[in-house]
Design a protein around this ligand. Structure first.
Ligand SMILES: [Mn+2]
Length: 240
């Protein structure tokens, strides 16, 4: 096993796109198995309506993640806007550790802030107030008590609503706000940030308090996808 960490996000796994699930399963068994750590920075699933939902492809993904953790790769998961309802049962079944919305890690000597990315899109105030409501522990507890068919209907409704809302939002609103990025990084004393969510895969170099800083945006897996592979010596993107 190599001293290497792999970062991925925004796979949006669902039964409607079996080819992405197949790519992910292959990645777990052939590539992730060689790394010491795998970080999944949210939106692994296109939606997650509770750990008690046995609909495919969930059971297959759960057992593949379990196999990887049993093999010795440590897996970390940060909730995205689509799968923030992942809970304790999922972690127990897979061996995955949950990360907070803002998590700083020591990446082979580089302090690095990990985020899903939705909190950085602070110009989208409608989304942020929706997020605040739905991330409230009481709301979550109530929502998870609904029968599965109602939760499924609720997700469908949220998706339709968000589809129409997006049509009315310009694309700048749905990207990160530079000031929010700078504040998050300064608050956590880092010059390196890795996140997903925006589906705008890039490496942004900029200056933060007169020092060179970097914001790395992970790629979504719709059209192939890539891995960010980081070791003590170097880091690079690898296609899946
Ligand atoms: Mn997202």
């Amino acid at each position: 096993m190599n001293s290497e960490s792999i970062f991925i996000s925004d796979l949006h796994l669902s039964n409607e796109r079996p080819e992405v699930t197949q790519r992910f399963l292959k990645f777990l068994s052939k590539r992730a198995i060689k790394a010491e750590k795998l970080y999944i920075l949210g939106d692994l699933f296109d939606n997650w309506i509770g750990d008690d939902n046995p609909a495919p492809p969930n059971p297959t993904i759960i057992s593949a993640l379990r196999e990887l953790s049993d093999h010795g790769t440590k897996i970390y998961f940060q909730g995205g806007n689509r799968d923030f309802l992942i809970g304790e049962l999922f972690c127990k079944e897979t061996g995955v550790s949950l990360l907070d919305d803002y998590t700083v890690i020591d990446l082979y000597g580089t302090p690095t802030l990990l985020m899903h990315g939705d909190l950085l899109c602070s110009d989208d105030t409608a989304y942020l107030s929706y997020r605040e409501k739905t991330h409230n522990p009481e709301w979550i507890q109530k929502a998870l008590k609904f029968p599965l068919f109602l939760r499924r209907a609720l997700v469908r409704w949220i998706k339709i609503r968000s589809h129409f809302q997006k049509k009315n939002k310009n694309s700048e609103i749905m990207d990160v706000n530079a000031e929010t990025v700078a504040t998050a990084m300064s608050n956590h004393s880092v010059l390196n940030l890795i996140h997903g969510h925006t589906h705008r895969h890039a490496v942004h170099d900029f200056t933060l308090g007169n020092k060179p800083a970097q914001r790395i945006v992970l790629e979504e897996w719709d059209h192939g996808g890539s891995l960010l592979c980081w070791s003590a010596k170097s880091h690079s993107f690898e296609s899946v």
